[in-house]
Ligand binder design. Structure first.
Ligand code: PLP
Length: 273
């Protein structure tokens, strides 16, 4: 028997296993399409696999996942590109299956033209979390809470125990200072973002000066440009960090990366395996 917000329902169909969808013991991925093709599914799959192995969950075969998602994209048949959220929990894991949710992405050009506003989270990430930062799960106990707490902003920057900048609650972070692009290393305690990885490939293809190193908060706040990366929106310029630190949005470097992004990913076979 379960309560569905209006009444108790007697159901012989209902199994205690169904509860698995609610208890958060799961891993997930968000992927997206460009021109109806699944972008970097192979990279998302590798990350999903690592998270699933850490949590002791079984996962589907790559080809099965790809085939099912392509079928979903075709069935959903919408003119916009789409975002697909994949979730694996103990229940789906038993038959190497998964849940998938599809929705259209309405590109917001304003974001690219005028940038977004960020907060700095008052809460810090612990140095030795129970679940390592490479595991994508709502079980990590801070991500979803902070996303909710700072939800009037596009995202909130989280510092680690040492006060170094890590990432947002749903995005990775880059800054541009005196012509050098800098992003925190994985060792700062961040999710190895797929868009982060591809943006680094793009930066390297340009021969722009690039550093992966710890960033102090004062450095970030005095940067020339800041941008975020995440699957759904790609590269997102930041125009302000509250209360009143302002940045060029998009600055020339960020704008260059945004302008080359689509051509770069489309021409690179590695992202479409
Ligand atoms: N960092 C965190 C904490 C995230 O939750 C996400 C995405 O959900 C990202 C970074 C960006 O990762 P990706 O580029 O793979 O979407």
């Amino acid at each position: 028997m379960f309560y569905n917000s209006k009444e108790w329902i007697e159901s012989t169909e209902y199994k205690s296993e169904d509860f698995e969808i609610f208890n958060g013991y799961s891993t997930y991925e968000t992927i997206r399409t460009y021109n109806k093709n699944l972008f970097a599914l192979n990279f998302h799959y590798e990350r999903l696999k690592k998270s699933a192995i850490f949590l002791g969950l079984e996962f589907p075969e790559y080809n099965k996942l790809k085939e099912t998602l392509l079928e979903g994209v075709k069935k959903f048949n919408c003119k916009e590109d789409i975002r697909i959220k994949i979730l694996i929990n103990k229940y789906t894991s038993k038959n190497k299956s998964f849940y998938a949710f599809i929705e259209p992405i309405y590109e917001v050009d304003d974001l690219r033209e005028s940038g977004v506003v960020l907060a700095i989270s008052r809460e810090r990430k612990p140095k030795n979390p129970v679940i390592p930062y490479y595991v994508k799960t709502s079980l990590n106990g801070y991500g979803l809470y902070l996303r909710q707490k700072y939800n009037v902003y596009y995202d909130a920057i989280v510092l680690n125990e040492f006060g170094y900048v890590t990432e947002g609650t749903k995005s990775n972070l880059f800054m541009v200072s005196a012509g050098v692009i800098i992003t925190p290393p994985l060792s700062a305690g961040i999710l190895p973002g797929i868009t982060r990885k591809v943006v680094i490939d793009l930066i390297k293809s340009f021969n722009i000066d690039f550093e992966e190193r710890n960033i102090e908060l004062w450095e970030l706040l005095s940067a020339d440009e800041i941008f975020l990366t995440h699957t759904s929106a790609g590269i997102v310029p930041v125009r302000r960090i509250v209360p009143n630190f302002t940045f060029n949005a998009p600055g020339i470097t960020t704008e260059t990366l945004i302008n080359y992004w689509k051509d770069f990913i489309i021409q690179n076979n590695e992202y479409w395996d």
